[in-house]
Design a protein around this ligand. Structure first.
Ligand code: ATP
Ligand code: MG
Length: 382
């Protein structure tokens, strides 16, 4: 289907226009070139393209503003957008992501590179809906939670999702449920061009078609539902709409992993309540241990059975941390699942946005995550 895709190019430089036409038509796409943002908006409203390529420097409205306007237009709110920029400055990249661009290409670029990015964006936007049958049973919701920030929730959630998705028969979705400060996108190097907001605004007519357009396919095969780019948008996610999103996710995927925020607001509590398993991450320090006891009490009050909570002691080998046995005594719960301090390779992989399970699957940290993923799979499917 990508072959006759319609691509809208917005660039006022005739040389670039000519080059794009040549490269893209050779790949079998249909091209429409306009030279201003205003023309682009009226064309896109009448003929919604499958992908748009925008130059940042345009006469009239600039590429970033155009990108934002296309996102606001119902016909193009989910259209993949590739921005062409003159600089590879990180500030430019952030400005583009903020505006809702999916990807970036710095001029001058190699024609093959452009063709490759276009192909990848089109494939990503078509999602996998229909490629794999829906699970016969409702999928399993697994929340990764922590009673303190920075204990390693996102690192674990992302790598667990990658580990579970290795099994070709498992469809795995990863939900960034830290709606204000989520950083699943950063851990996976994915731009927040489509986020949970795109589902919330369609909460009444959600189906797997819409889902497949909004979730972003990561190369690990994990389908990612990102949190809003702006923290102030978090409050737009109403508990009822979130419930609907969770229903459709568990109807469509075998495993839905949620990387939770550290708070006890209504949305987090309902997510935890609905979870088949809560992976509770803590580190061997007094704050996380104290808050984990509080959480276990709260969970009991909420009627969450203790067996549904799996504790994971991260940085268990820390030389200065509280001994694991003392923590187990304090919590009156054994903690068989442990993660080592992975040091530089783990931190580097987070900063690069490539999960260590993909980058160095043999690394002991990656192997420990793989074992935890197997425990989770066994626990929720039995
Ligand atoms: N076991 C580990 N070994 C090495 N580095 C780790 C380990 N666990 C976490 N980190 C690093 O600690 C930092 C914080 O981890 P992460 O972002 O996963 O925590 P978080 O609980 O999601 O934080 P937040 O509460 O801000 O969402 C990251 O840079 C991560 O690479
Ligand atoms: Mg996090």
């Amino acid at each position: 289907m990508t072959q006759d895709a319609l691509i809208l190019v917005v660039d006022d430089d005739p040389a670039i226009g000519k080059l794009l036409r040549l490269v893209l038509e050779q790949s079998g796409y249909r091209i429409h070139i306009v030279t201003t943002g205003e023309q682009a908006l009226s064309y896109a409203a009448a003929h919604p393209p499958d992908l748009a390529i925008l130059d940042v420097m345009l006469p009239g409205i600039d590429g970033y503003t155009l990108c934002r306007r296309l996102r606001d237009l119902r016909q193009t709110s989910l259209t993949p957008i590739l921005m062409l920029t003159a600089q590879s400055d990180i500030r430019d990249k952030l400005a583009g992501f903020n505006a809702g661009a999916d990807d970036y290409l710095t001029k001058p670029f190699e024609p093959q590179e452009l063709a490759f990015r276009v192909k990848a964006l089109l494939a990503r936007s078509q999602g996998v809906s229909g490629a794999t049958p829906k699970p016969a049973q409702r999928g399993h919701l697994v929340s990764v939670f922590g009673a303190k920030g920075g204990v390693g929730k996102t690192t674990l959630a992302v790598n667990l999702a990658v580990a579970l998705a290795r099994n070709q028969n498992s469809r795995v979705a990863l939900l960034d449920a830290d709606f204000s400060f989520g950083d699943v996108g950063a851990h996976l190097n994915l731009a927040p061009s489509r986020t949970i907001l795109d589902l919330i605004t369609r909460a009444d007519d959600l189906d797997d078609q819409v889902l497949s357009k909004v979730l972003i396919r990561h190369e690990s095969n994990v389908q990612v539902l990102l949190s809003p780019y702006r923290p102030e948008d978090a409050e737009r996610i109403e508990p009822e709409a979130l419930k609907r999103v969770l229903e459709i996710l568990t109807d469509t995927y075998d495993f839905v992993l949620a990387d939770c925020a550290v708070n006890y607001d209504e949305r987090t509590l309902s997510l935890l309540e609905r979870s088949d398993l809560i992976v509770m991450v803590l580190t061997p320090e007094i704050g996380p241990v104290k808050n984990t006891t509080t959480f276990l009490d709260l969970a009991a009050q909420m009627g969450i059975v203790l067996g549904k909570i799996q504790l994971v002691l991260n940085r268990a080998d820390s030389a200065v941390g509280i001994a694991a046995r003392e923590i187990e005594n304090a919590l009156q719960k054994p903690i068989p699942l442990r993660l080592m301090s992975g040091g530089r390779p783990v931190v580097m992989s987070v900063n690069r946005g490539v999960p260590i399970l993909m980058e160095q699957p043999q690394h002991p940290f990656a192997q420990q995550v793989t074992r935890i993923a197997e425990v989770i799979r066994t626990q929720v499917t039995h």
